[in-house]
Write a new protein. Sequence first.
Length: 205
Amino acid sequence: MSRKKGFTLIELLIVVAIIAILAAIAIPNFLEAQVRSKVSRARADMRTLAGALETYMVDWNKYPGDGAQFCWRYPNYPYDCYWYVPDTVTTPQAYISSAVLIDPFRETELVTTPKFRRYRYWYVDMTWGLAGTRSSYSIYYNFLKEWYGSWKLNSAGPDRTYGPYYTGGYPATMYPELPIPYDPTNGTRSYGDIIRSQRDSAGTR
């Protein structure tokens, strides 16, 4: 009599074990590759935004408003109430084709207002200096000007939330809190924001 050919239970278990091992290796590598790709995209987007900000400055001798300074107390304030690059960089002069660049680490966030998914933008001279509606400099102005220059852009980073923030030294837990920069050497899933500022294009602080 001829025997029917087939896999034994042990052979099937070996195949399943091999597949599980390969999956355990491949899935983390795939996820890390996704994170690295999003980090690269965020840095490229912020480099593009930085170029638009600097070109705007050359033409207007100021940077575009950051959309937040005192807007809750001034109903006629010309910028929307959030820290992001406004549409003044697209019209009437197109310094960039669209100001609506979405943070890749926030694009799937379940928020009702799309602008909350954009990269964050601070115009230090407006929010803490005299380029906006302030009548006097903020007590934080000189420090932030030294720390970031005139502006800062940031992505939420792989943890998809803004922060964590520095908790020691100036300004400690005082407002405005400064986000800790993302450091890929701590692992692709490490905390921290991807930052680019006028003073530090590498985003080390």
